[in-house]
Design a protein around this ligand. Structure first.
Ligand code: FAD
Length: 402
């Protein structure tokens, strides 16, 4: 194994090259990213960075000289154009680079509002890259009206920041409720109330019909219920699609992204995948996880497995979201839950997802203790009775010893 190429200089790509060097790989290592910036963290883009509370330098995952010090050929602002799996080469900047092992860490692309309904007008934004946020930031000013399309975590975080920066914020969600894909009705209710208390208007069961324009810029929207309102800016938070075009070109199997086995290897033994672009087997299903923790852990497992260390990647899902003064921490995956136990400790609150008697996941709002103990219980395969966790007087820590 002499030459490893990693495509995508994001969270997974940066973690993969770091782990390869940490495990002693001393061959040629190339990390190629199409963004102009060195690898950076995305979560602050819809939180502290958009709010203006975090300096650009703090977004970067490593100091800029770290890559050269570790003999990593970091190529920024270069998009890989093609992969030839038979010849084992990638084409970038017109040159074919040979590889012995190739890693796709290409991430995902935000869905955009269709151009036919005004999605490409000026003033219509998505939140994925530093460039996206730098482009929208000057428009986030007091008293302007923003329409946020999509009530997932990105949309809700953008709503919180826009509101904190004094904007008049309306969020629409076409589904019956916000967070419908990712959280229970109780968690959705908690965040609906939180946003309401901060003056954000949340409209559920309401979609976007089309945007109105003047001089190529968005000036309003027609909603699916026939209402028409003026808006100065629109932010779409309507999900992402995995970046798997190059993998398809390479002929590897796709299935909700780039299909990998438990070791992160694709249908081509020399090609691996990690992060948002990769799907993996999990409890009899095939899932794709869009989180920092997954990007890091899966990429590190891939690095080890390329070097023959033979390690199955078992996700230990956790995720967080910051909205106003609430920190949401999520442990586990709630896929398939059939009941929720609510532990209402006043300011600290947690929602515990069960399938039958089995504890699957916990959403903890300003409740680091509930989160930490829930996480440990889930990882240990322990499932306390729902009525016990729902009692705010019960000693959660004691459950770990039970
Ligand atoms: P990315 O970080 O997207 O990196 C992929 C890189 O590959 C990109 O730079 C892309 O441009 C590049 N690329 C693609 N194709 C090519 C090509 N052909 N040639 C070269 N380069 C290419 N997760 C959490 O756990 N908690 C949070 O609070 C949270 N908040 C988030 C907030 C926002 C605004 C966003 C956008 C994401 C958030 N996430 C959060 C999700 C998390 O950031 C992602 O899951 C994580 O970044 C995935 O890492 P990745 O390396 O797979 O993809």
């Amino acid at each position: 194994m002499d030459r490893i190429i990693v495509i995508g200089a994001g969270q997974a790509g940066a973690s993969c090259v770091a782990k390869l060097r940490a495990e002693g790989f001393d061959g040629a290592l190339t990390l190629i990213g199409d963004e102009p910036a060195p690898p950076y963290q995305r979560p602050p883009l819809s939180k502290a960075y958009l709010l203006g509370d975090m300096a650009l330098e703090r977004l970067y995952l490593r100091p800029s000289d770290w890559y050269a010090e570790n003999t990593i050929d970091l190529r920024m602002g270069q998009a890989v154009e093609a992969v030839d799996a038979a010849a084992k080469t990638v084409t970038v900047a017109g040159a074919a680079l040979p590889y012995d092992a190739l890693v796709f860490a290409t991430g995902s692309t935000p869905r955009r509002l269709p151009a036919e309904i005004g999605g490409s007008l000026k003033g219509v934004h998505v939140v994925r890259t530093l460039a996206d946020v730098d482009a929208m930031e000057p428009e986030v000013t007091p008293d302007r009206r923003v329409l946020i399309v999509g009530g997932g975590y990105i949309g809700l975080e953008a709503a919180a920041v826009a509101r904190k920066r004094g904007m008049d914020v309306t969020l629409i969600e076409a589904a019956p409720r916000i967070l419908g894909r990712v959280a229970c009705a109780e968690t959705a209710g908690y965040f609906r109330d939180l946003h309401g208390a901060h003056g954000v208007t949340i409209r559920e069961n309401v979609g976007l019909e089309c945007l109105n324009a003047a001089d190529g810029r968005v000036v309003g929207a027609v909603l699916t219920n026939g209402e028409e309102h003026p808006y100065d800016m629109v932010i779409a938070g309507i999900g992402v699609t995995p970046n798997d075009v190059l993998a398809e070109m390479a002929g590897v199997t796709l299935d909700n992204g780039i299909a990998t086995n438990a070791r992160g290897q694709t249908s081509d033994p020399a090609i691996w995948a990690a992060g948002d672009c990769a799907s993996l087997p999990y409890r009899g299903a095939r899932i794709r996880l869009e989180s920092v923790q997954n990007a890091i852990d899966q990429a590190e497992a891939v690095a080890k497995n390329i070097l023959g260390l033979g390690e199955d990647y078992v996700p230990k899902p956790w995720f967080w979201s910051d909205q106003y003064d609430v920190k949401l921490q999520i442990a586990g995956l709630n896929m398939g839950y059939d009941s929720v136990a609510v532990r209402d400790g006043g300011k600290a609150r947690s929602h515990w997802y069960y399938k039958g008697a089995a504890l699957l996941a916990v959403d903890a709002m300003n409740d680091p203790r509930g989160y930490m103990i829930g996480k440990r219980l889930i990882e240990a395969g322990k499932s306390p009775a729902p009525e016990v966790v729902a009692d705010p007087e019960s000693d959660l820590k004691a459950l770990l010893k039970a």
